[in-house]
Design a protein around this ligand. Structure first.
Ligand SMILES: O=C(O)CCC(=O)C(=O)O
Ligand SMILES: [Fe+2]
Length: 273
């Protein structure tokens, strides 16, 4: 559990207006980009959820094929990314990367509905070819418990990160946010898991940049606890990673990029509130 007052992802609290209700700072307003179509995609029947750390980290390998990732990196490089300040406000994590942040419910919906993500997370046949086998074989009840409720979509707050050589995201916890998913009627929701979609890897010349999680040691006898090995998730082109955030978020970081560029698309899973 994140200790009170510990370093947070500054962007998590950086929301007001339709998508958020907790923060005070205004996010930079960017018009929604003209996102390229999400094609080609790997059929959902060829994809599955796999558990990296029970109840904490779930991945989908090859969620986006390499060709789509490559095309997206070229497109994203044309967006007006801004370098985050190296000196954080009190309580925020040191985060040195270039980012683009936009409120874009349309893109969040594309990423949720047009890909295999919804079918895998919600576990329903959605016309995209998803059967019963999401890889985790969860009951309805286990599914609700895992995702923290009834998942209704993705956070419209879309963040694009580019880390160049020497850039990193220091250790922090991701907070949850209350969001409104536009629609008729709009859905009042709360974020429960972070979604990271990696577009680059050593295969594209990006070395380093792993996302590293620090599980809390189980309480030992007489208050002494055993050290627990960090969980290092190496970059893979097109891999989606979901990790639990909010009260049960693990301390984590994006390690320094040693060579090339790391590109990530970030959103969050949202449940009905
Ligand atoms: O880029 C990464 O590997 C981690 C990003 C992250 O922790 C975040 O967006 O909160
Ligand atoms: Fe994070």
């Amino acid at each position: 559990m994140p200790p009170k007052g510990k370093r947070k992802d500054a962007s998590a609290a950086n929301k007001t207006g339709p998508a958020g209700s907790k923060g005070t700072a205004q996010p930079p307003k960017s018009p929604p980009p003209n996102w390229p179509p999400l094609r080609p995609l790997v059929p959902a029947s060829d994809l599955s959820l796999s558990t990296t750390l029970p109840n904490q980290i779930v991945t989908i390998r090859n969620f986006w094929p390499a060709s789509l990732c490559k095309m997206y990196v070229s497109f994203l490089a044309s967006l007006p990314l801004t370098t985050t300040p190296g000196k954080p406000k009190k309580g925020d994590a040191v985060r040195v990367n270039d980012r683009f942040q936009v409120e874009d419910a349309r893109f969040a919906e594309m990423l949720w509905e047009e890909t295999a993500l919804k079918g895998l997370v919600v576990g329903e046949e959605d016309g995209f070819g998803v059967g019963e086998d999401d890889g985790l074989a969860l009951s309805e009840e286990e599914r609700r418990e895992l995702w923290g409720g009834d998942v209704v979509g993705l956070n419209p707050n879309i963040r694009i990160y580019r880390y160049k050589k020497g850039q990193f995201f220091d250790q922090h916890y991701d907070d949850f946010n209350n969001v409104t998913i536009p629609g008729d009627p709009p859905i009042q929701a709360r974020t429960t898991w972070t979604l990271l979609l990696y577009l680059t890897s050593p295969a594209t010349g990006c070395l380093g940049g792993e996302t590293v999680f620090y599980p809390e040691p189980p309480p030992g006898k007489k208050g002494k606890s055993q050290p627990v090995e960090p969980v290092v998730v190496g970059l893979e082109v097109g891999m989606a990673l979901l990790h639990r955030h909010g009260a049960e978020c693990m301390l984590h970081e994006g390690r320094e990029v040693l060579e090339g560029e790391k590109w990530v698309i970030r959103s969050d899973l949202c449940v009905r509130r």
